[in-house]
Design a protein around this ligand. Structure first.
Ligand code: KG4
Ligand code: ZN
Length: 333
């Protein structure tokens, strides 16, 4: 089944052509980072407008790179939510109209299910059941994954998402948006032992997270050291990142052990973090667990993961209709 995937939930306009939910023929991502960078975060109205400009060229490019003609598509999968409503509507309405014009089925899918299914676009996907840490700009949750579409929530953030904490700390340090990649890079030039920040909820009694207090601790440190903190930015970045990574890696490994799973997966934008990838691999090794992390391009938002999850709904006969609408918030089943 040849599926065109479409993703416009936040600040990436993406389209991809994927065969049978596993083989990527093309994956085009047009990022709006330059537009939102000066504002220190995504401006929803600007995001919608940029998706409007980008959606047709991005789909045309995805088809061209895949070598497929639109008439060869069997179906379309599109992100229905969660995300920014104005942004989602651009991809969703495009998918609806394109599928109607081509007279093929289409399905709206959950963005978070897409992130988890990004694992199956890689060579050695995990076998079910496995435990997945989904850490992105909007979500930080641990799931016990029993099938492509079966998820049990094990723990989640009670306030900020991990990626949001990276973005807010980067903004405080004047590093622009998004903050994850730049903190990841700067941390390699600092020493995480020089400034030690709190490790919120670092115990086995809960699999929930909390990153808001950590963010406030960084703000207080900056306020207390107004005259000197500029010279300490690499150490602040390293200290903050180590605190986040300590909590994330400890919890995902213990969740896998609690659930009796031998496979752990990291997905979502924060799974691109080099220190997190390294630490989870180290800790999983000690416990004899296998770790699965998609390549960097598949960690961030993309449309190949949307086609991958869409495939499983479509083969089960689930399709969307012209009256269906997007949603801004959602939990996995
Ligand atoms: O999954 P994603 O692309 O979009 C959402 O669904 O939110 O995740 C974006 C988030 C941003 O908060 C960004 O700062 C973070 O992922 N991120 C990182 C890294 N690369 C992206 N966080 C930590 N380290 C990175 N290398
Ligand atoms: Zn995402």
């Amino acid at each position: 089944m040849i599926i065109l995937g479409i993703e416009t939930s936040c600040d990436e306009t993406a389209a991809a052509v994927v065969v049978d939910g596993i083989q990527i023929l093309s994956s085009v991502v047009s990022s709006q980072i330059d537009i939102h960078h000066p504002y220190g975060g995504v401006v929803p109205e600007l995001a919608s407008r940029k998706h409007m400009e980008a959606i047709v060229p991005v789909v045309i490019e995805a088809l061209a790179v895949s070598g497929m003609d639109s008439k060869q598509l069997d179906a379309i999968a599109v992100t229905q939510g969660p995300g920014l409503v104005g942004a989602l509507l651009v991809g969703f309405c495009f998918a609806k109209s394109f599928a109607f014009a081509l007279d093929i089925p289409w399905v709206g899918v959950n963005h978070l299910e897409g992130h988890i299914n990004s694992l199956f676009l890689e060579e050695n996907p995990p076998s079910f059941p496995f435990v997945a840490l989904l850490a992105s700009g909007g979500h930080t949750s641990i799931y016990h994954v029993t099938s492509h579409t079966g998820f049990e929530l094990v723990g989640q953030t009670r306030d900020d998402a991990a990626g949001e904490a990276f973005d807010k700390v980067a903004k405080m340090l004047g590093l622009g948006y998004p903050g994850g990649g730049v903190i990841d890079r700067l941390a390699t030039q600092g020493d995480s032992k020089n400034i030690v920040f709190p490790r919120p909820f670092l115990d086995k009694s809960t699999f929930d997270f909390s990153f808001s207090g950590l963010k406030t601790a960084v703000r207080r440190y900056i306020q207390k050291n107004m005259d000197t903190y500029q010279q300490q930015i690499p150490d602040i970045a390293a200290g903050f990142q180590e605190a986040v990574v300590d909590v994330l890696s400890f919890k995902v490994v213990h969740a896998a052990m609690m659930k009796g799973c031998e496979h752990i997966a990291l997905v979502g934008g924060v799974a691109a973090n080099n220190r997190l990838r390294e630490r989870v691999r180290q800790e999983a090794d000690l416990k004899g667990l296998t770790v699965h992390i998609p390549c960097i391009d598949l960690c961030g938002d993309n449309a190949a993961m949307i086609a991958a999850i869409g495939y499983h709904y479509l083969i089960a006969g689930t399709v969307s209709g012209l009256c269906d609408d997007v949603y801004s918030r959602a939990r996995l089943r």
